[in-house]
Design a protein around this ligand. Structure first.
Ligand SMILES: Cc1cc2nc3c(=O)[nH]c(=O)nc-3n(C[C@H](O)[C@H](O)[C@H](O)COP(=O)(O)OP(=O)(O)OC[C@H]3O[C@@H](n4cnc5c(N)ncnc54)[C@H](O)[C@@H]3O)c2cc1C
Length: 288
């Protein structure tokens, strides 16, 4: 290290503070001069600060990817401290799911608006698998993050919320992963009736599984058929009957999600939008 210097940094914005931190950790004596008078204290006290020098201080801010990378590599302890003080880790690729749970845990009410988005359905197979793999990956991330402390989560969400959280965010990808295994076992059973499948399904479990298999599938298909009819799309009724195949491609997306969770957890599978618009002849506008 070079000799220790006395350094003055003008301005306690993000640039000034980062400079002061780096210099201080390098062994220099640093003084930060900030014209806004600030009372330092608990993190939430910052909400009360009047920062005339940074008029946009009270706007919500997010670190750019480069900023986060620099923090993680250069000041990982600061990154952790920011998270502990209530910052949100934007690694999650279904940030809406994660934020919804966080808001609820903080005591806010999170609800779905009763509206029709008119967002186009994703009609391309590869595009669809990419999108669903991102959703599955994000659900798994959300589940893993919040289940780090299951008892605390239970306390925060209550029993109903805790069960719903696990069924929805953990259960959706888990079911999609298990689904092809169960299909293979079902076909295997009808083909050769192997003893190990019999051993796996004692009578009470077997009958419960058959009820789920028959009525569960029927109810899901029926709901999709009814939705297509009531939604004014009778041409989709035939497609709705193919619902079990939809679950099959859901499983492909779930396998991809698990692989990506391990290999590229932060990778954001982009979804191409406007496929219907592109498929329409030039000059013809999308229906309202
Ligand atoms: C509305 C809005 C939203 C934004 N959102 C984001 C975002 O989400 N993510 C992101 O990365 N960036 C965002 N930015 C940009 C980001 O806020 C700026 O890049 C950042 O604040 C610049 O930091 P800085 O330290 O260089 O300067 P500043 O933040 O401007 O800090 C300068 C500091 O110096 C002090 N000062 C000035 N003159 C003197 C003086 N003579 N003596 C002593 N102190 C002095 C001021 O009081 C202030 O505290 C946003 C900007 C705006 C306007």
């Amino acid at each position: 290290m070079t000799r220790s210097l006395d350094i003055v940094v003008l301005g306690g914005g993000v640039a000034g503070l980062a400079t002061a931190l780096a210099l201080g950790r390098d062994g220099h004596r640093v003084t930060v001069v900030e014209r806004d008078g600030l009372e330092l204290g608990e993190p939430l006290a910052a909400l009360e600060w009047e920062r005339h020098g940074i008029p946009h201080f009270h706007q919500p801010h997010a670190f750019t990817p480069r900023g986060r990378k620099e923090l993680l590599t250069t000041f990982p302890d600061v990154y952790e401290a920011l998270l502990a003080a209530g910052a949100w880790d934007a690694h999650n690729v279904t940030e809406d799911a994660d934020l919804g749970v966080r808001m609820h845990r903080l005591g806010y009410r999170v609800q779905v608006l009763d509206s029709v988005t008119e967002e186009e359905a994703n009609s391309d197979f590869v595009n669809w698998v990419q999108q669903r793999s991102r959703w599955h990956k994000g659900y798994l991330q959300t589940w893993l993050v919040h289940m780090r402390h299951p008892l605390q989560l239970w306390r925060d969400l209550g029993t109903k919320g805790f069960v719903t959280f696990n069924l929805f965010l953990g259960g959706t990808p888990a079911l999609a992963l298990v689904n092809p295994v169960l299909w293979v076992m079902t076909i295997w059973w009808f083909v050769s009736k192997p003893g190990w499948i019999l051993a796996l399904f004692p009578a009470p479990l077997y009958y419960a599984a058959v009820i789920c298999f028959v009525f569960g599938n029927l109810v899901c298909i029926y709901l999709n058929v009814v939705t297509a009819r009531l939604g004014g799309h009778p041409e989709l009724v035939g497609i709705a009957i193919l619902t079990p195949f939809y679950w099959l491609i859901m499983s492909i997306a779930a396998v991809k999600a698990v692989w990506q969770l391990a290999s590229k957890p932060q990778f954001w599978e982009k979804t191409v939008h406007g496929l219907h618009a592109h498929a329409r002849p030039a000059g013809q506008r999308a229906p309202k």
